[in-house]
Design a protein around this ligand. Structure first.
Ligand code: HEM
Length: 245
């Protein structure tokens, strides 16, 4: 904790692993949304079959960065020495959620060192949505463009393990597949594409809500919430609530 010139006290909150995760995640999501939206409207804007495979391949490469970054963050949440990076600082259970709502209704909103109870709910929801996109995306990458880690498994499935067909198999094409096995594989894939499609819209809503909440909190609390995701430090004029202690 440092005393600043305006009688504000500065507290180190977010460590570098959380900050790197946050910005890599934000950039990857922007890329995935952008390319995903083009894939979604491919027919309407006249993207060719080859163009669609290229778009999906680019989308999957960005997806790998996104998945590895999330995996890294999930591990950090178990092992970090910084208490603000751990599950105990993220999950919304047992942190006086209803008390916070009651306080908010009566105009009493204390400043929190880490996430406030609503922010914990928001961040947990974001993690859940991102994990659904990651898992469904990895399955889709295997089924459609036969990319790792599941591509070989799906390629074997649709060719029945026939080495000649396997050698000629083309991503995004129905040539050289066994029609019945391919149709079985498509049935298996259906719930994954359906989830990927609908949760994409949920993600858009949650991202908008997240940005709006951060801007409102920054204006109301003036704790340097946004710059803290660059510097790691928040500032307070009075002692903040420390849920993680
Ligand atoms: C924030 C994360 C993500 C967002 C917002 C996103 C968004 C989208 C959207 C909007 C589509 C088009 C859906 C459709 O055509 O019905 C799509 C398709 C696809 N996504 Fe993602 N995606 C994400 C993560 C991933 C990841 C992590 C992977 C794999 C590593 C992935 C792989 C795919 C594939 C292969 C398709 C094509 C599916 C098809 O055959 O139509 N996505 N994604």
């Amino acid at each position: 904790m440092n005393q600043t010139s305006d009688n504000l006290k500065e507290y180190a909150v977010w460590d570098s692993s959380v900050r790197w995760f946050h910005w890599i995640n934000a950039l990857a999501i922007i890329g995935l949304i952008a390319v995903g939206t083009v894939i979604l409207n491919g027919k309407a804007i006249g993207v060719s079959g080859e163009g669609k495979v290229l778009l999906k391949t680019v989308h999957v490469y960005i997806g790998y960065v996104f998945c590895l970054n999330i995996l890294w963050r999930l591990i950090v949440a178990f092992v970090a020495s910084n208490r603000f990076s751990r599950w105990g600082a993220i999950l919304p259970m047992g942190v006086g959620f209803s008390g916070y709502i009651k306080g908010a209704k009566s105009g009493y909103l204390p400043a929190y060192l880490g996430h406030n109870p609503i922010a914990r709910f928001m961040v947990s929801l974001l993690f859940a949505v991102l994990l659904i996109m990651a898992v469904t995306g990895i399955v889709l990458a295997g089924t459609d463009v036969y990319m790792p880690p599941l591509g070989t498994f799906f390629a074997d499935w649709v060719t029945g393990g026939d080495t000649e067909k396997l050698a000629q198999l083309v991503p995004g094409s129905k040539e050289f597949v066994d029609k019945e096995l391919y149709s079985e594989m498509r049935d298996f894939r259906k719930p994954f594409i359906t989830l990927h499609y609908y949760v994409f819209f949920v993600l858009l809503a949650v991202v908008v809500l997240h940005i709006a909440a951060v801007v409102v909190a920054e204006q109301r609390e003036k704790n340097g919430l946004i710059s803290a995701m660059f510097t790691g430090r928040k500032v307070f004029s009075e002692k903040p609530v420390d849920l993680e202690n």
